[in-house]
Design a protein around this ligand. Structure first.
Ligand code: AMP
Length: 255
């Protein structure tokens, strides 16, 4: 039996009371690892580069095996760029190659660039018009209840592609879940961690890392899901937030 473990941490009070988002984490793990994972998440909230959280919410619930869906990992590509400006121009090109319209790609990039406060989730915008489709406001849609099927195989797979670090480890899983839902044409992300400037554009074809999408030292980041125009948003949000998903390399899934 697996357990969903979710953590969200803020400073200046709880998120819903206006506190600023510090850190969050989502895992799907065996019971034997719950205590270790809870400790790790609490440590992460207290020792984050964005400051020490004064609000930490840890939620643990059991997940029925029969509800779990298996989805494939996306192949990883890395693009090296010398500045955030060049990175964002490339991000727009990759979004358009994925099927996002010019206006929607520009609107999504602008929405992230103009954030004044971090959300703890993602915005969903129409891949055609660029109009925001979710009504989750500053909270955003929080992708949850996902993990890798085989942690060792995943670590080896990432290493083989020269990808390391906790940010990429988590983001590759999140993007795989989001894209597998079929309503998300593409995802754009850069981190809110001031130390981490690499971001990505994920789409059906690949998880495309861009080595610089923001300036070093900036504590503002976020995610945008570009979704098909005819998307049933309630259904999409239920999938992203509630559906338990395990991610695995396609080759291993077919074995
Ligand atoms: P991170 O990559 O953890 O630095 O997160 C960057 C931004 O992505 C955060 O400020 C949130 O807006 C958003 N985010 C983080 N985790 C999630 C998640 N599980 N689901 C949706 N959006 C998220």
């Amino acid at each position: 039996m697996l357990y969903s473990v979710r953590m969200r941490a803020a400073k200046g009070g709880a998120h819903e009371a206006g506190g600023s988002h510090i850190s969050g984490a989502e895992r799907l793990i065996e019971e034997s690892r719950l205590v270790e994972m809870a400790q790790e998440m609490i440590r992460r909230a207290l020792l984050h580069s964005k400051g020490r959280a004064d609000f930490i919410r840890l939620t643990i619930d059991q997940v029925e095996e029969k509800r779990i869906q298996r989805v494939p990992l996306l192949p990883i590509k890395t693009f090296s760029v010398e500045s955030a400006n060049v990175g964002r121009i490339l991000a727009k090109k990759l979004l358009m190659e994925a099927g996002v319209s010019n206006v929607a790609a520009a609107t999504g990039i602008c929405a992230l660039s103009n954030l004044r406060k971090n959300m703890r989730g993602a915005m969903a915008v129409c891949a055609e018009t660029g109009q925001r489709l979710d009504v989750t406001g500053e909270r955003g849609i929080r992708v949850s209840r996902m993990d890798v099927e085989d942690e060792k195989a995943y670590a080896a797979w990432l290493e083989h592609q020269g990808v390391g670090g906790i940010h990429a480890r988590e983001a590759v899983v999140l993007a795989a879940k989001a894209i597998a839902g079929n309503a998300v044409v593409a995802e754009l992300c850069w981190s809110d961690d001031p130390e981490y400037v690499t971001g990505y554009v994920a789409s059906q074809g690949a998880y495309q890392r861009i080595t610089k999408l923001k300036e070093h030292g900036s504590g503002l980041g976020g995610r945008v899901f570009f979704v098909r125009q005819d998307t049933d948003m309630e259904e999409l949000i239920a999938y992203l937030e509630e559906q338990p998903v395990l991610v695995a390399e396609k080759r291993l899934m077919n074995a």
